[in-house]
Write a protein that binds this ligand. Structure first.
Ligand code: SF4
Ligand code: SF4
Length: 273
């Protein structure tokens, strides 16, 4: 029995979670969720996992596009890991509904809490707390892997009622504005034109003009550009120059460049082990 894990990642938390799950399961392949090409996505493995960050308390657009592109095969075992900084809200319920609307069935959906990467609201917090979250996430992935390996029905996890109502409402209000939120990015004079921001953007939203990044207003707010800039030259609004940058400590820049859906489109995939 083979598992294929599809991940969407900005700062490596979801890539790490996909790797950790693949390690537990064995006989697992991981790859970035593909760009929407208009062609159906056909999966060979008998189980498919979707590993993604929760964005503004709901599904990121690339995950919605991916589910909408899946070839219909209700017999396959589907599961999901929703990586978040403490408020999964109704994200997995949203995924469950989306899959049902396509005739697909989400057998299990799990909430994985990791360090925050949403730098517009602050830094990732003290290192000891980050390590604690990562260790707890690893332990949870170890525990739930037996459910996935046994192809069992598991829970579709959700936050408390107030989150599911209030935060889902905020998601619905904000969602259409996300692509243009990149108007708040700017680059300071530390930029050395290395082009890394362009390479790590999973959405092809950065163009280099005269050696400096320009954002194209099809942003998904994954924060890869600002978090991976080696010079910390990218800022968002007025406060980020004061905040510590974060990416998952076990994920390297070369992993991110390989995982960028820009690159995977050009055939540079990520293989597990
Ligand atoms: S990653 Fe940073 S230093 Fe490199 S081009 Fe982009 S903004 Fe400039
Ligand atoms: S521009 Fe930055 S925040 Fe927006 S999708 Fe690309 S890497 Fe992510």
């Amino acid at each position: 029995m083979k598992t294929h894990l599809f991940f969407y990642t900005g700062t490596g938390n979801s890539l790490w979670a996909a790797r950790a799950m693949a390690d537990e399961l064995g006989n697992a392949e991981i790859s970035p969720i593909p760009r929407d090409t208009g062609e159906p996505v056909r999966i060979e493995a008998d189980a498919a996992g979707i590993v993604f960050p929760v964005h503004i308390w709901g599904l990121p657009q690339p995950v919605i596009n991916f589910v909408n592109a899946l070839a219909i095969d209700a017999s396959r075992y589907y599961f999901a890991l929703a990586v978040n900084a403490g408020q999964v809200a109704a994200t997995l319920l949203q995924l469950d509904r989306l899959m049902k609307s396509r005739g697909l069935y989400l057998s299990a959906g799990f909430d994985i809490v990791m360090p925050s990467n949403y730098i517009p609201w602050g830094g990732p917090g003290p290192e000891d707390k980050r390590i604690k979250r990562i260790n707890e996430a690893r332990e949870k992935i170890r525990k739930i892997s037996s459910i996935i390996a046994g192809r069992q029905k598991g829970p579709v996890e959700k936050g408390p009622l107030w989150q599911n109502i209030l935060l889902s409402w905020l998601y619905s209000l904000s969602f259409s504005h996300v692509p243009a939120l990149d108007k708040n990015f700017w680059v300071d004079d530390k930029c050395n034109s290395c082009n890394i921001c362009n390479k790590v953007c999973p959405c092809g939203n950065i163009e280099m003009k005269a050696g400096k990044p320009v954002w194209l207003h099809k942003c998904e707010q994954c924060l890869a550009c600002i978090q991976w800039c080696p010079e910390e030259a990218i800022q968002y609004g007025k406060k980020t120059s004061r905040y510590e940058r974060y990416h998952h400590p076990d994920v390297k820049l070369k992993d991110m460049i390989a995982a960028s859906r820009n690159n995977s489109e050009r055939g540079i995939g990520v293989n597990h082990k």
